[in-house]
Design a protein around this ligand. Structure first.
Ligand code: SF4
Length: 263
């Protein structure tokens, strides 16, 4: 996942909207417990294949499927995310996790990062000092060294890659075809729990290199991005022009619409 701050309520950050990235089996289980799961979509312009040595680009490639926005080739990254306002619905009055033995990987790895390109900096986390050293050191040189956490981080990353075909199929089945520009924002799609649960359990048809690439809109709240996407014949949409409905835009920056033209 890129720049959304996914935080664990076990740390006391329970008072605002939170989203927890889930693997597909975790999303099915979360829905079965009555929770809400959103489908977060971001698009990466993909005009040429990266070199194998370009680790960040290869990481994005493994987590995404190919598509188009107008004439612009893109890759779409889809994240299934549990979402809730306030405290996690599984946090009990005793401040204990009600599904502790079955809690998602992302809860098990906190304060480690899902992204392999982010350092784990204690100064950026809310864990008490002793959490970093007891009973054994958690990080060394800003890298996680705790073996259990490393295992869950790799399971989460592996699941992210395994789920790509299912997520591409999910977008077709639920008619999802808009995404934010990577590193600028996401489109958060909120299908009905029943529809999402049903599609997540289906086996996706096998895609081939000849499978047609679907058309996607790229949503932005930045006038400069909108103009740049027009220049490359993509299909941009202003976030503020979106109709009310079960989808909304999550931007990382404040709205920057075009300036009013002088009369
Ligand atoms: S599932 Fe449990 S560990 Fe995860 S956020 Fe909810 S209360 Fe915290």
């Amino acid at each position: 996942m890129s720049d959304l701050n996914f935080s664990c309520t076990q740390c006391g950050k329970c008072c605002h909207d939170l989203r927890l990235p889930l693997t597909r089996p975790e999303a099915i289980a979360w829905l079965q417990r009555g929770g809400t799961v959103e489908v977060l979509c971001e698009a990466v312009p993909w005009v040429a294949e990266p070199a194998a040595s370009d680790a960040p680009a290869m990481h994005k490639r493994q987590r995404s499927f190919p598509a188009c926005s107008g004439e612009l080739p893109i890759r779409v990254i889809v994240v299934l995310a549990a979402s809730f306002k306030g405290a996690c619905p599984h946090l009990g009055r005793d401040m204990q996790c009600g599904i502790y033995d079955n809690r998602p990987h992302v809860c098990r790895i906190y304060p480690a990062e899902v992204s392999p390109f982010r350092s784990v900096l204690p100064s950026h986390k809310q864990c008490p000092p002793e959490a970093w050293t007891s009973p054994t050191p958690f990080v060394r040189n800003n890298q996680v060294v705790d073996a259990q956490t490393q295992l869950h981080v790799s399971l989460l990353r592996h699941g992210d890659q395994l789920d790509v075909a299912a997520k591409a199929w999910l977008c077709i089945a639920l008619d999802i075809q808009s995404a934010g520009l990577s590193n600028e924002g996401f489109m958060a799609h909120c299908p009905s729990p029943e529809a999402l649960h049903s599609v997540l359990q289906q086996t996706p048809p096998v895609a081939t290199d000849r499978s047609p690439r679907r058309q996607w809109s790229m949503v932005t709240n930045q006038a400069t991005t909108f103009d740049a996407l027009c220049l490359v014949s993509a299909k941009p949409v202003y976030a503020r022009a979106l109709a009310d409905g079960p989808s909304h835009y999550l931007g990382f920056r404040p709205d920057a619409p075009p300036r009013e033209q002088p009369a």
